[in-house]
Write a protein that binds this ligand. Structure first.
Ligand code: NAP
Length: 496
């Protein structure tokens, strides 16, 4: 179950927000009465409650907003118990002074905003001696091991225990605590209204991560990176799980630089079977793998790790995605899909350009690299045995395929293009790897002169689809994934 936490400064807004949450499917709601800017009227808040309620009045030292005295705060909690609130949240250190009464259940809570203390079990034991119906123990994750310890604590607890870690590193414990036996987890009313660090919105918990469906049998995957909050991969993969009715959960996993091996080894103990890898861990992922495949070794970076029979396998699905995207564009233009012998100019020498160079070299094309910083182009070309073109001369090259692997044209710089309109020829196939926006200026101008085109959105979806296939053995459906991505991008960057 998900307990949705709502904080509003006025009673009327709190009651209205509460009703909206119930309409959205909330089954348990925490009313953060410390947010109300005058003495909370508990009777009014509890009247005609459509679902069970937790009354919480958090003090400043626990990052709450209560500005009255401690005596007044405890009076509010007693009043909530007398009014038969379904649950009342009572901090461990005041639990003895707020006795049990009537039907109200006691959530005895502990919060630590700095760390997950070494004596977690001792704290939990202390709390179980405070006459709780539920123990709520919430700490801050400084490492993967903190999440692991917390989840083990929840699993081994003899009293029903809601235990998870705060902060971005702790998100996975919020999502997994139910699997370990927690009676519920907490979520924010909406994406902007979180009441604790790292809290996810109710909509994301319920519809994207499908918290209530996660069981021991649910297979675990994720994306590793730093930062990770912006990643679209949880949306793509979790939506695809739902669409094909696959019992899987795809987690956002933030890992600081240098910690990839430690974190993956810890989470493999939780059952993590595979991860997508994003910036800045693609090289570390390759080094971590027990068995890196040819493609990831050629690129020098892995964007996918799969854990099978105790062995971590690495691959790079950008490689396949680039080739498939080009071939499907050639087929759509009624041209031969055989890339061998074609002259390909690749703009850029960063991560994506590198994957494109490796893929085009494997396909036996004639590759020319042009990059703003000439030294990077020269180094990449030397590594793969390709030619280079000075950045200022790129317009004079007659090639049959042009690939933009630079970030030029990406939102918000949508008016920019890495290749002037006047240099485009209708014989060229133009592939822009930029996918925000979907229709870059380069692609628009290329279509205007009659060039066949391929876009970064297709590449992004194809690399995710190959990962999905590797993780689950199922085809996610390219068109469904494309629709998910397109909608998400329209919501995140309207007008891009
Ligand atoms: P990266 O490693 O940072 O490389 C960026 C490249 O862009 C470098 O070659 C850089 O040239 C060049 N560049 C940046 N600003 C420029 C400018 N103003 N003029 C000329 N060249 C410029 O980034 P990346 O990871 O390769 O990503 C590049 C782009 O690929 C991203 O922006 C994204 O839109 C796209 N992408 C697509 C997918 C997909 O699946 N479709 C996946 C990831 C990324 P210097 O060497 O001179 O700095």
């Amino acid at each position: 179950m998900i307990c949705v936490s709502i904080g509003r400064s006025r009673h009327s807004a709190m009651i209205q927000g509460f009703r909206q949450l119930v309409q959205q499917g909330a089954e348990l709601v925490e009313l953060r009465v410390d947010w109300i800017q005058r003495r909370p009227d508990i009777g009014r808040l509890l009247r005609e409650r459509p679902v069970p309620v937790v009354i919480t009045c958090r003090r400043l030292q626990d990052k709450g907003k209560w500005f009255g005295t401690e005596e007044q705060r405890q009076a509010v909690l007693r009043e909530a118990i007398l009014a038969e609130a379904d649950y009342v949240d009572i901090e461990e250190d005041i639990a003895a002074s707020i006795p049990r009464y009537g039907r109200s259940k006691r959530i005895v809570s502990y919060h630590n905003f700095d760390e997950t203390p070494a004596d977690l079990e001792a704290i939990h034991q202390r709390m179980t001696a405070c006459d709780p119906d539920i123990v709520k123990i919430v700490t801050t994750a400084c490492s993967a091991a903190d999440n692991f310890r917390m989840l083990q604590l929840v699993r081994n607890a003899t009293v029903p225990t809601v235990g998870f870690c705060m902060g971005e590193t702790g998100t996975i414990s919020r999502l997994l605590c139910g699997r370990y036996g927690a009676p519920f987890t907490y979520a924010a009313a909406d994406r902007t209204g979180h009441t604790a660090p790292g809290q996810l919105s109710f909509a994301d918990m319920k519809d994207l991560y499908r918290y209530d469906n996660v069981t021991e049998a649910t297979r675990l995957f994720g994306v590793i990176g730093d930062p990770i909050g912006h990643s679209l991969s949880p949306l793509l993969h979790n939506t695809a799980f739902k669409q094909i009715d696959f019992d899987g959960l795809y987690l956002p996993i933030r890992i600081p630089v240098g910690n990839v091996p430690e974190v993956l080894r810890t989470y493999q103990e939780l059952g993590l079977e595979g991860v997508s890898v994003t910036i800045p861990h693609k090289h570390a992922a390759l080094e971590f793998a027990d068995v890196p495949d040819d493609q990831s070794q050629k690129i020098g970076a892995a964007n996918t790790l799969v854990h099978k029979d105790g062995i971590w396998h690495a691959t790079n699905t950008d490689f396949t995605a680039i080739i498939e995207t080009l071939k499907s564009a050639l087929a759509a233009a009624n041209r031969s899909e055989d890339l061998a012998g074609k002259k390909v100019m690749i703009l850029g020498a960063g991560g994506v350009a590198r994957a494109a160079v490796a893929a085009m070299v494997q396909e036996k094309t004639e590759v020319l690299i042009s990059n703003r910083s000439a030294d990077r182009a020269t180094a990449l070309a030397a590594e793969f045995g390709c030619g280079t073109i000075p950045w200022d001369s790129r317009g004079s090259v007659e090639c049959s395929i042009l690939i933009n692997g630079t970030s030029v044209g990406m939102h918000p710089g949508v008016q920019e293009t890495p290749f002037d309109e006047q240099w485009l020829r209708s014989e060229m196939l133009v592939f822009d790897t930029v996918y925000v926006p979907e229709n870059t200026r380069l692609l628009q101008e290329a279509r205007a002169v009659g060039c066949p085109t391929a876009g970064g959105m297709e590449m992004f979806v194809r690399q995710a689809a190959v990962q999905f296939q590797l993780f689950t053995g199922h085809d996610p459906g390219i068109s469904e994934m494309t629709a998910t991505l397109r909608q998400a991008l329209q919501e995140r960057t309207p007008g891009a």
